[in-house]
Each structure stands twice: as structure tokens, then as C-alpha cells.
Design a protein around this ligand. Structure first.
Ligand code: SGN
Ligand code: CA
Length: 509
């Protein structure tokens, strides 16, 4: 027997040596985590010490954007390096990701990588291109969640953010082929609606009063599509489902979806959950709130629950970083932290995302670089989630197929200052009619300006000067003096639609 093993081991040795020189990738993607709630970007609301560690030891992209601000589409852009119209997954509600197409994980496999994805998938088809996958059905559950793997669906006891990290660590330690470089995709549900906290953090942030954004009471003047949504904190956050306020005597009907979510807790945990929320509820009814006071009450509940969910997330990112370090993997690994899109934390009076406005068009992007990469601090070039695939492929030393639409960020990570970096970004959102009623739109963003066209059942243009009006309150479209700027931006928009081969285009008048 021995005689047989030795030659095999011997012929594996060169492969092993080669593998050791190749960089690993740990890609952590959270859900709906926005830069306003990440202290490396914004210190007003919360502290995220572990996420900040990634930025402190590595780089922070200050102009990082998505191509289509929604979960499934963002995931498809990340996997393919292509805009939605090219990868075919344009919206959550009607899409099934075509897993037979070229994807970055498949290309990494071909290049000799082990690939694994754990957590939120949300692309409806069975994952392809992964040696190991253990994903959530649909949006997944925070409490005692179900997972799906090759063997089927099963339930795990515990809090989802902890479980996803446990599974990632287990795969790193016990399940992967250690002779190969790896790409591990850790996809959290946190901080997705309806923000159910880990029970140990129920009391966290209860003494915090979060500041209202300056444009919380936006009246949407001059912005037809913004006025047509159903994503207002005051009107559209649901008292029981979102704010967890329900009649303590249980005489009122409670949202069934919410009951199913907390119904997953075992009786001991459910008692802890109910004890906390019953007292909140009693206090809420005692105050007898209405009008702006009620709206602001909902805002505080929203911010607190989001921040609690984020606290577990930050803990777990820290735990994974520590583990990589302990295992001696950190030096040879690119760690990426991002979200599937940004989110409104009361800006324009909203929660949710979808719009090409800055809060949801942008997404946090932090990277801890492998040893040898000397770049640190802020990277200010405009980047987009279609860039991740070519970045990982180049890092893996494998060719970037010509049909990939993103560009590799590797030159930026190496500290180069490419002269020909992109000067504008393209965006296209499709999911309408749908939840939250955000109209279909596409647009272009340059360093300073943004032009958006809302189409389908409206025909409405918006133009912003991001330097003068970073909150995008003053639609300049059609205003005297903006004719030349508008003409140039339309030209650039059309150029991008042609470059990316998007068949839904506007016609130049
Ligand atoms: C759910 C949420 C929406 C959210 C979408 C998409 N409603 O439908 O508020 O916009 O997901 O989010 S809920 O009542 O189910 O919470 S995404 O991040 O997955 O695209
Ligand atoms: Ca999301």
C-alpha cells in the first residue's frame, strides 16, 4: 500500500508548491449594508470595529457602485462580471439565473481553485461553479434557519450570522482540498429586512437616539418617480412586521410572515424575545403617537434593529478575520467586504434601495490585501460590482475573457494610477411594477454629475450636480443653463448603452 501512496504524494508536491504561491480569495458579501452604517465610511450612527479593521489594514473604495441595486441582480453581476441585460438576471421577481453561462467561480475552478459559497444565494437556480455550496432558500431566516445543499433542505439551530461564519470556518478547516488555492464566498443575510437581532443584542442601542437625516421630510418636488414609491419609513414600515410592535394581549391579528419568522424560535428563546417586545409594545401604546412623532418612533425602531443585526455581523467578520490569521492564511489571501447594494437610512424619508441615487447606487467596498501589496488607504476611482470577477481572475493569474464587461481592480490594488480609468458609470434598474414601486430607470454618473431616465409607464429625466447637491434634492433637468451639460451626459449615456450593448436605449432627439 505504502508503495502506491508515495509516488502519488510525490507527484502532488509540485502542484502543492505552485498552489502556495497563489492567492486565496475570501469574498464577504452582506445584504443591504450601507456605508452610512459602517464607521470606516461614516461615524455618525454606529461603530463597526471589525469591518474598520479591514479598511485600516487595507483599502477603502470611496466611489464604489452597483449596476442594478437589488439582491439577485447584484449577485449575478458579481458572478459574471456583466451588466444585468447580459447575464440575464434583471430582477428578483421574475429571474432564474442561468447557471450554464460562463461565471467567475467556474473560471477559477478551471484555474485550479477550490470554490465554496455559504449563505444567501437568491438566484433561484442550483449553484454552479462551486465545489461546495450550502445556501439559504430565498431570503433565508435569521432564527433557526433552513439551508439547502446537494443533499437537500435541512434546519440548523442558532442565529444565522453566526451559523454562516461557523460553516465558513468549518469549510476552511475541514472540508476543502488544502492542496489548492481557494475562493470562499461568505454571503450573509444581515442586514436585510425585517432586521431580527441576535437575542443577546436585543437591548443594544435602546438608549441611542439616531439623528434624522437632513432630508428625512423630503417632499419629492421635481422628482416624479421619487414621489411614487412605497418605501417611506412613516407610511410603509409595518408596525408589527418591521417595528415588532404588537398587541400585548394578542387580540389583534399579527402579520403572518412575521409570526412564522419568530415562530422558528424554541419556546425558551421565544419567551426572551416576547418579554423584550411586550414591554416595548406597552410603552408604545402608552405614548399614543401620531403624525411626525409616530414616523420618528418608527425611524428609531428601524435604526436600532438594523444596528443590532449589524453588531452580530461585525462580530462575525472579526471572528473570520481572526481565524484566517490563526490559520496562517491571511498573508496569502485577498479579503473583500462588500454588500449587494447600499440602503436608505431615512434619507429622502426612505428605507430600501433600488434607485440610482447615491445611498443605494453605492455599496461599501473594503479589501485587505495579501502580503506584498503595499497600497493602503482610500482608493477614489469609480468602481462597480461588475469589476469583482475580472479582479479575482487576474489575481488568480488566469485570463479575463473578452466578454466580461467589468475591469480588473488589480492595478488600483497595486497602487498604480491608470491614466485611462473609466470616467463614467452605467446603471439600469428593471424591477417594476413590484414591491416599493420604484420605476424602471437607467442612467449615467460621472465624477460630478448624474443623469437618470425613468421610463416604462413614465418618461421623466433627472439631472444632479453631486458637488452642489450631494443629497440629490434639486433636479436640474430642463433648467436654463444646463442644456450643454445635458447634451453631453446624454451622449455619454448612449455611448455606455452602446458599449455595454444594452438594447433598451433612449433615442436621441
Ligand atoms: C423583500 C423585502 C423588500 C425588499 C426585497 C428585495 N420585503 O421582498 O423590502 O426590497 O426583499 O431585497 S419583505 O417584506 O420580504 O421583507 S433584496 O435585497 O433581496 O433585493
Ligand atoms: Ca439586498
Amino acid at each position: 500500500m505504502r508503495k502506491q501512496i508515495l509516488p502519488v504524494a510525490a507527484c502532488l508536491l509540485p502542484a502543492l508548491a505552485a498552489a502556495q504561491q497563489r492567492y486565496n480569495i475570501v469574498y464577504i458579501m452582506t445584504d443591504d449594508h450601507t456605508a452610512q452604517m459602517l464607521s470606516a465610511y461614516d461615524t455618525r450612527n454606529v461603530k463597526t470595529p471589525n469591518l474598520d479593521r479591514i479598511a485600516a489594514d487595507g483599502v477603502k473604495f470611496t466611489r464604489s457602485f452597483v449596476a442594478n441595486s437589488l439582491s439577485g441582480p447584484s449577485r449575478a453581476c458579481m458572478l459574471t462580471g456583466k451588466h444585468s441585460h447580459k447575464n440575464g438576471f434583471t430582477n428578483n421577481e421574475h429571474g432564474i439565473f442561468d447557471g450554464s453561462q460562463q461565471t467567475m467561480p467556474k473560471l477559477l475552478q478551471k484555474a485550479g481553485y477550490q470554490t465554496s459559497i455559504i449563505g444567501k444565494w437568491h438566484l433561484h437556480s442550483t449553484p454552479t461553479g462551486f465545489d461546495h455550496w450550502d445556501v439559504l432558500p430565498g431570503q433565508g431566516d435569521y432564527y433557526n434557519p433552513d439551508f439547502i445543499n446537494e443533499k437537500g433542505r435541512y434546519r440548523v439551530q442558532g442565529y444565522l450570522t453566526n451559523i454562516v461564519t461557523d460553516k465558513a470556518i468549518k469549510w476552511l478547516d475541514e472540508q476543502r482540498d488544502k492542496s489548492k488555492p481557494f475562493a470562499l464566498f461568505v454571503h450573509h443575510k444581515a442586514c436585510h429586512r425585517n432586521w431580527l437581532p441576535e437575542l443577546k443584542y436585543l437591548h443594544e442601542y435602546e438608549d441611542t437616539t439616531f439623528p434624522l437625516p437632513a432630508n428625512f421630510y423630503d417632499n419629492y418636488e421635481g422628482r416624479q418617480a421619487a414621489g411614487a414609491t412605497t418605501m417611506e419609513v412613516g407610511k410603509d414600515l409595518i408596525l408589527d412586521y418591521d417595528c415588532k410592535i404588537y398587541d400585548p394581549n394578542r387580540t389583534r391579528r399579527i402579520n403572518q410572515g412575521y409570526m412564522n419568522m419568530i415562530g422558528r424560535l424554541d419556546s425558551k428563546d421565544r419567551a426572551v424575545y416576547d418579554f423584550f417586545h411586550d414591554s416595548l409594545t406597552v410603552d408604545f401604546y402608552r405614548q399614543n403617537l401620531s403624525g411626525r412623532a409616530l414616523t420618528e418612533y418608527k425611524f428609531q425602531r428601524y435604526m436600532r434593529d438594523y444596528a443590532k443585526v449589524l453588531k452580530s455581523l461585525d462580530d462575525n467578520v472579526g471572528r473570520l478575520l481572526d481565524h484566517l490569521k490563526e490559520q496562517g492564511l491571511l498573508d496569502n489571501t485577498l479579503v473583500v467586504y462588500t454588500s449587494d447594494q447600499g440602503f436608505y437610512m431615512g434619507e429622502h424619508g426612505w428605507f430600501d434601495k433600488r434607485f440610482m441615487y447615491e445611498e443605494s447606487f453605492s455599496t461599501p467596498l473594503l479589501m485587505r490585501l495579501p502580503k506584498g501589496f503595499k497600497t493602503r488607504g482610500d482608493i477614489n476611482q469609480m468602481v462597480q460590482n461588475i469589476d469583482y470577477a475580472p479582479t479575482f481572475l487576474e489575481l488568480a493569474g488566469t485570463p479575463i475573457p473578452p466578454d466580461i464587461q467589468g475591469v480588473s481592480l488589480l492595478p488600483l490594488l497595486k497602487g498604480e494610477k491608470p491614466k485611462k480609468w473609466r470616467k463614467s458609470l452605467y446603471y439600469h434598474f428593471y424591477e417594476y411594477p413590484a414591491e416599493h414601486s420604484v420605476k424602471r430607470h437607467y442612467g449615467v454618473r460621472t465624477e460630478r454629475y448624474k443623469l437618470i431616465h425613468f421610463y416604462n409607464d413614465i418618461d421623466s429625466w433627472e439631472l444632479y450636480d453631486l458637488k452642489e447637491d450631494p443629497q440629490e434634492m434639486n433636479n436640474l433637468y430642463g433648467k436654463p443653463g444646463t442644456e450643454r451639460l445635458t447634451r453631453n451626459l446624454k451622449k455619454e449615456l448612449l455611448r455606455l448603452q452602446e458599449q455595454y450593448d444594452d438594447s433598451i436605449r433612449f433615442r436621441r432627439q
